[in-house]
Ligand binder design. Structure first.
Ligand code: GLN
Length: 276
């Protein structure tokens, strides 16, 4: 079987299944199996595949046909132009979360202490430290399994011991510390929507996606408790759901923050900047 044919066949299978980006998904999966850059698929289309390659491509294709996200199948996801290891213990970094990193890169005080809560794969903390090596970055997650992946990403991308990782519920590991900046992409999807969620989301860790109280529980806990962990003139940056801006504005105000909210590139409210 020729490479060009298997790309065509796989794309068609994905299309028939109703997968949104059939040709992109086919190309990413196949180039991962062959360990070549995606753009080379075209120039190599007359290359004959061996039986091992074909069987691996078929396995990957079968997984995608069950709606497993491409990132979990190939085991990596690009975020902020860096390559992160991902697996089912961690949320797949979303492009809109790059805006949260942009804001952290901008707002981080020179040499300041920064905390990334709910770090998951470590994407936000690692991308931030990669761009702002002056910052002293701490990161935590309630999931020990997620932290294993975060540590790997930090070691691979930044080198050893560049970020201080802690396991625990939100601020629990940080008693007595005060940070210049706190950032977080916490779970914020309404838990009542769990059954209606997109097919792909069902592969991701529920604890990274859903929160009680219509998705507001963890955001509320972070805003409320951050006043004990943030320095005067510090800043809290939160990724929020597109319907949560009014809630975050009023909660922030109640706890003494000045709040502004930025839209993502899809035009939806996405990042809240809360200043003390
Ligand atoms: N933005 C993600 C999604 O809608 C959710 C991430 C989160 O809950 N922090 O899939």
């Amino acid at each position: 079987m020729l490479l060009g044919d298997i790309v065509k066949d796989t794309t068609l299978l994905f299309k028939e299944k109703g997968i949104e980006t059939p040709s992109l998904d086919a190309e990413v999966l196949i180039s991962s199996v062959l360990d070549i850059d995606r753009y080379k698929l075209v120039s190599h289309r007359d290359r004959a595949l061996d039986s091992k390659e074909i069987s691996k491509i078929k396995k990957y294709t079968a997984r995608r046909l069950k709606f497993e996200p491409v990132a979990y199948i190939v085991g990596v996801k690009e975020f902020y132009s860096l390559e992160f290891i991902v697996n089912r213990d961690v949320l797949i970094p979303r492009p809109e979360t790059e805006l949260l990193v942009d804001m952290a890169v901008y707002w981080g005080e020179t040499g300041g202490m920064v905390l990334d809560l709910c770090t998951g794969s470590g994407a936000v903390a690692v991308a931030l430290k990669h761009n702002r090596q002056d910052l002293d970055v701490y990161a935590s997650d309630i999931s020990g399994k997620a932290l294993k992946t975060a540590r790997k990403n930090s070691n691979n991308i930044l080198g050893p011991k560049k970020i201080k990782f802690f396991e625990g519920d939100l601020f629990a590991p940080f008693k007595g510390l005060r940070f210049n900046m706190i950032v977080s992409n916490p779970p914020y999807i309404d838990i009542n929507l769990k059954d209606k969620m997109q097919r792909d989301l069902s592969f991701e860790p529920e604890s990274a996606l859903f929160a009680e109280n219509h998705g507001k529980k963890i955001i509320e806990d972070i805003i409320k408790n951050s006043i004990n962990y943030i320095k005067d003139n510090g800043v809290l940056l939160l990724e929020i759901g597109s319907d949560q801006q009014e809630f975050v504005r009023s909660k922030g105000k109640k706890h003494g923050f000045t709040v502004s909210v930025l839209n993502d590139y899809a035009g939806l409210p996405r990042v809240a900047v809360l200043k003390r």
